[in-house]
Design a protein around this ligand. Structure first.
Ligand code: DX5
Ligand code: ZN
Length: 218
């Protein structure tokens, strides 16, 4: 059993006060800082890139869990590595050479993650499972915060957990995670829980510690 990690997604932070928001989730008990990068091409939304990520690197020592929703990703991996990413996750659907891209991340000295969209089967990563440090099961269609958890993701988590077996690989879930469904998610095998809107709603820093604790305790 790997320890449960809570990874608040700064996509739902107040971007006009991004540094303070990151400090607040750090102080509130976040284990990882989940950084959602969107290109308006792989997903129908644009967020921010390595320049913005690098700007907040100095305000926390917590690991940066960088979720690249971009295609192609390869040309940008070095920028995210240099900017302070600790885990770099790419989508299995984002390019034709997933194995090469995962190797490129590890060659940069970073942990390599692979993400699966809701319609992508676990079998898509069967042959690269020994090349990853983290598997990310999307429980919404990527592109936006605040969507509802897709229940089928629980079945996919169980399948991904079976594929991982005894390997030291984190199993992360992203999208629609709340204190109400966190228990079922953990029971299905996930140990890294991303949460955006359920932590940042209202953007009131005084609420963050309680919300992070509520997910963890669930
Ligand atoms: C979705 C992102 C998620 C998102 C999660 O494209 O990858 O990380 O911000 O937000 P919530 O928790 O609000 O679904
Ligand atoms: Zn994400």
């Amino acid at each position: 059993i790997r320890p449960i990690r809570i990874a608040p997604s700064i996509l739902s932070a107040d971007f006009s006060r991004l540094g303070d928001e990151v400090r607040a989730i750090d102080a509130g008990g976040a284990d990882y800082i989940h950084v959602d990068v969107m290109d308006g091409h792989f997903v129908p939304n644009i967020s921010f890139g390595a320049v913005v990520m690098k700007a907040i690197r100095a305000v926390t020592t917590k690991p940066f869990d960088v979720h690249l929703m971009i295609s192609p990703a390869d040309a940008y991996l070095a920028d995210f590595a240099a900017g302070g990413a600790d885990i770099i996750t790419i989508h299995a659907e984002a390019g034709p050479h997933l194995h090469r891209s995962l190797q490129a991340i590890r060659a940069l000295g970073k942990k390599a993650g692979v993400a699966l969209n809701p319609a992508t089967p676990v079998s898509a990563i069967q042959h690269v499972i020994d090349d990853v440090d983290l598997v990310l099961v999307m429980s919404v269609n990527p592109g936006f915060g605040g969507q509802s958890f897709i229940p089928e993701a629980l079945n996919k988590l169980r399948q991904a957990k079976a594929l991982i077996g005894a390997r030291p690989i984190d199993l992360e879930v992203d999208g629609g995670v709340t204190a109400a469904n966190a228990r079922a998610i953990a029971d299905a095998g996930a140990n890294v829980l991303v949460a955006g809107s359920s932590i940042f709603a209202g953007n009131d820093a005084s609420t963050y510690a309680g919300r992070i604790a509520a997910i963890r305790e669930a």
